[in-house]
Design a protein around this ligand. Structure first.
Ligand code: PNS
Length: 160
């Protein structure tokens, strides 16, 4: 049985992330989503909020955990033997390839999934910017995430 770990910040999860997790769960017996707990990065949503949004959006197709430190150590903890990452555009490739090679050296290979073209332009930071300025992100995130984004960010732009 292959256990795959899909690591990321998920601040918050977008429909692009959900698509990759769903497709990974078609290929691997078990997919575990690993939410990086890194307070130094000052995420918009707490680790608990990011986990809640993922769980509410995934309909039980994957377990969700948080982890600190190295992704390969999280793999050891949960028994994962492969990492899953999504690639949106060619500009994602350089950084992803670098991480994949380092993680391979540390003992875990990465399987890349090519992003659904309809989601190639989505990033969590762009989604947050659109919501802050009152734009709609319907269809780009799950309804649960959309609600949380509006509650947390709508109208909360920086003062001049
Ligand atoms: O969603 P993101 O921000 O692109 O995810 C990046 C993440 C969490 C996968 C990456 O920063 C990571 O793996 N961090 C854990 C630290 C680590 O293992 N570093 C060495 C990997 S090369």
């Amino acid at each position: 049985m292959t256990i795959a770990l899909c690591p990321g910040s998920f601040d918050p999860a977008t429909n692009g992330h959900l698509d990759i997790i769903r497709r990974a769960s078609d290929q691997f017996e078990t997919v575990i989503v690993g939410v990086l707990h890194n307070p130094a990065k000052a995420p918009t949503f707490t680790t608990e909020e990011r986990i809640e949004m993922l769980k509410a959006s995934l309909d039980g197709i994957a377990d969700v955990i948080s982890f600190e430190g190295l992704t390969v150590d999280a793999c050891k903890t949960v028994g994962a033997t492969v990492l899953v990452r999504g690639l949106r555009t060619v500009s994602d490739f350089d950084g992803e390839e670098q991480m994949a090679q380092m993680n391979a050296r540390l003992g875990v290979d990465t399987a890349f999934f090519s992003c659904e073209p309809a989601f190639a332009f989505i990033s969590a930071s762009l989604i947050k910017e659109v919501v802050r300025y009152g734009g709609s992100v319907a269809g780009l995130v799950s309804p649960f995430v959309e609600k949380r984004l509006i509650e947390s960010l709508a109208g909360k732009t920086a003062r001049k």
